[in-house]
Design a protein around this ligand. Structure first.
Ligand SMILES: Cc1ncc(C[n+]2csc(CCOP(=O)(O)OP(=O)(O)O)c2C)c(N)n1
Ligand SMILES: CC(=O)[C@@H](O)[C@H](O)COP(=O)(O)O
Ligand SMILES: [Mg+2]
Length: 641
């Protein structure tokens, strides 16, 4: 299906082309840019509402600034589709997030216009400040650096750490706060309320507008502009101290709020701000999903809706005649309610992912015991530790990739104190379209080296429920990791009765003759398929679902290693320091010399694609495991596709 951009958009292959469009036609350009995003995302999927909300802001930024010399640093980057389209990637945009196609986020290796690689939130101010300090040091005083950060991303500690520095770093950094009043789910916390107050405070805004208008009357470059500005700003500071502007308190000049859909106002404001020295923040109010009514109405649903019919708004879902397996996140989200009903000590925490974790169900049903704390992974981990000191059984949910932010908190606040926090590590393994910033590659390796940790991975839904049940028992007094992947499991009938799993005990799924497969977590299902496949070559592998990467089931390992000369380990995690490495360490410690192959995520950055494509590329899907079995058994032909 060919998607044709509107004529103005067709004429733009770079920001230089955009600058040739007369100002009065920019409104039309924005319409066409917005329509193109709708056309492409509806067919090819991806993040949706965030990019629609910044069409005018993106256009204004590229109209006013001189990228790539000037550096535009997008926070998270899920809203940067317009930026990609304007900066020479319009025609490639149909490959967005596809295998070998464009990345869904800004990426330095993809374009010189992508000033900084992103995917995780709240990095933009630090990165941009670094660039601004470097520009100053190199004498590139004319180089402008802009960080564009959302209101949700602004809640993270990192953003505040960066502003704390920016306020005294004496650079010309501009921070644009794109305030659409929501993250993926509704924003939470005091900052949200503060931004609402500041946006709606009449006195404050009147004061700001007066200054703004006064400034507008000063000719650009007027030698009095700077001192005049300073005097005005100082006088406002005194007057607004009663409402104590947070950013001003951090010595960052606050401008706005302004309407982020008014292209003319945006361009004028950005042009004015270019001449104002020092660290500045422009507060821009936008609507997430702007221009697509359904997305404006249900912004969470339209954050990343998948493919859809752009006319009716029907989001395409595969239709099946028989019941299908649930998503792992839903098994977590529903099981925790079941457990919390039985155990009144259970609490749950998510850092800004109520929908992605499916904790939203418990938050609705038990609002006192399940919270969203904002994009604050570190706080989520230590908060959970604090709750645990008081005897509560906390399930702290975190995507594997975002858990990287809270590593010290796991070591210092949870593990050293041996607090029995349950870390539910979702999206563990290769996640697919979001790519390297979001793959959950490292958690087995980074948890395994911490003393006092239990690390488990269920092979299916029923196992996930059993592990959750086990983790909350009073007898389990250790930090307990349960890692599970993005997407669906394998059991349509998943609401099995829960039972305790002995800690550090795996399961022998199948005896064999020639070789043993030791799997951890969901790739056990790939292994089972591979075992069925190699049967046609007369190969009969044994299969052990090891369940725990720590502690290892030593009994099962002794059995497998002494019975089978050839061993394959399989995991959806890095091969460096992961489960396979644990088996190697065990072998070394006990003098085993088996022929062993470790399958998992290789020691390189794995790009984006569907999980199926990526598992195949990394050689641990069913076909990859079957190939490895045949190679080890010296059977050359691969019969699986
Ligand atoms: C460290 C980290 N935690 C969580 C996420 C998941 N995430 C991606 S976008 C987003 C919401 C961001 O909200 P905001 O900055 O307001 O941007 P908007 O989508 O509203 O444009 C979240 C929580 C992330 N990318 N990085
Ligand atoms: C940009 C971002 O970080 C999130 O939107 C992420 O893409 C969500 O991933 P899931 O689709 O796995 O919830
Ligand atoms: Mg937002």
């Amino acid at each position: 299906m060919t998607i044709t951009p509107g004529p103005l958009l067709q004429s733009v292959n770079s920001p230089e082309d955009l600058k040739k469009i007369p100002r009065e036609k920019l409104h039309e350009f924005c319409e066409q840019l917005r329509q193109y995003i709708i056309d492409v995302v509806s067919v090819h999927g991806g993040h949706f509402a965030a990019s629609l909300g910044v069409v005018e802001l993106t256009t204004a930024l590229h109209y006013v600034y001189n990228a790539p010399y000037d550096q535009l640093v997008w926070d998270v980057g899920h809203q940067a589709y317009g930026h990609k389209i304007i900066t020479g990637r319009r025609d490639q945009f149909v490959t967005n997030r596809k295998y070998n196609g464009l990345s869904g986020f800004p990426k330095r290796s993809e374009s010189e216009y992508d000033a900084f690689g992103v995917g995780h939130s709240s990095t933009s101010i630090s990165a941009a400040l670094g660039m601004a300090i470097a520009a100053k040091y190199k004498g590139e005083e004319d180089r402008k650096v802009v960080a564009i950060i959302g209101d949700g991303s602004m809640t993270a500690g990192m953003a505040f750490e960066a502003m704390n520095h920016a306020g005294v770093a004496n650079t010309n950094l501009l921070i644009i706060l794109n305030d659409n009043g929501i993250g993926i789910d509704p924003n939470v916390g005091a900052l949200k309320e503060y931004l609402t107050d500041i946006t709606t405070s009449r006195t404050y805004n009147k004061l700001k507008d007066d200054i703004w208008n006064a400034l507008g009357k000063l000719p650009v470059g007027n030698k009095f502009t700077r001192s005049m500005m300073h005097k005005l700003a100082e006088s406002v500071k005194g007057l607004v101290n009663s409402s104590s502007n947070l950013f001003e308190a951090l010595k960052i000049r606050y401008f706005g709020p302004i309407d982020g859909h008014n292209i003319t106002k945006l361009i004028d404001t950005l042009n004015d701000l270019k001449d104002i020295p020092g660290p500045k923040l422009l507060h821009v109010i936008t609507t997430k999903g702007k221009g697509y009514a359904l997305a404006e109405k249900d912004q969470t649903k339209w954050h990343a809706p998948g493919t859809f019919d752009k006319v009716t708004g029907e989001i395409y879902k595969k239709k099946f005649d028989t019941p299908q397996p649930p998503k792992y996140q839903d098994v977590f989200g529903k099981t925790i309610i079941e457990l919390a009903k039985q155990n009144d000590k259970i609490f749950a925490v998510t850092p800004a992912m109520p929908s992605g974790s499916s904790l939203k169900y418990m938050m609705e049903e038990m609002p006192d015991r399940a919270f969203d704390v904002g994009i604050c992974e570190q706080h989520a981990a230590t908060l959970s530790a604090g709750l645990a000191t008081q005897g509560l059984r906390v399930f702290c949910h975190m995507y594997s990739t975002f858990m990287q932010r809270a590593y010290d908190q796991v070591v210092h606040d949870i593990a050293i104190q041996k607090l029995p926090v349950v870390l539910c590590i979702d999206r563990a393994g290769l996640v697919g379209d979001d790519g390297p910033t979001h793959h959950g590659c490292y958690d087995i390796a980074y948890f395994r080296c911490i003393p006092n940790m239990i690390i488990s991975a269920p092979m299916n839904e029923s196992e996930l429920r059993n592990l959750m049940y086990t983790a909350q028992l009073e007898s389990t007094q250790m930090p307990f990791v349960i890692r599970y992947p993005r997407g669906e499991g394998v059991m349509p009938q998943w609401q099995t009765p829960m039972q305790e799993v002995p800690i550090g005990k795996g399961r022998k799924l199948k005896d064999g003759r020639d070789i043993a497969i030791l799997s951890l977590g969901h790739p056990g299902n790939f292994a089972a398929a591979a075992i069925r496949d190699v049967k046609q070559d007369g190969i009969d592998p044994a299969h052990y679902d090891m369940r725990f990467a720590k502690p290892l089931d030593e009994e099962l390992l002794h059995e497998a290693l002494s019975k089978y000369e050839k061993i394959i380990t399989v995991e959806d995690g890095t091969v460096v320091g992961g489960f396979g490495s644990a088996v190697l360490e065990f072998m070394a410690a006990h003098g085993y010399k088996n022929d062993i192959r470790i399958l998992g995520i290789p020691d390189r950055i794995v790009e984006h694609g569907t999980p199926k494509e990526l598992h195949h590329e990394c050689g641990y899907d069913a076909a990859g495991i079957a190939d490895a079995i045949r190679q080890m058994m010296d059977v050359k032909v691969s019969l699986m596709s």
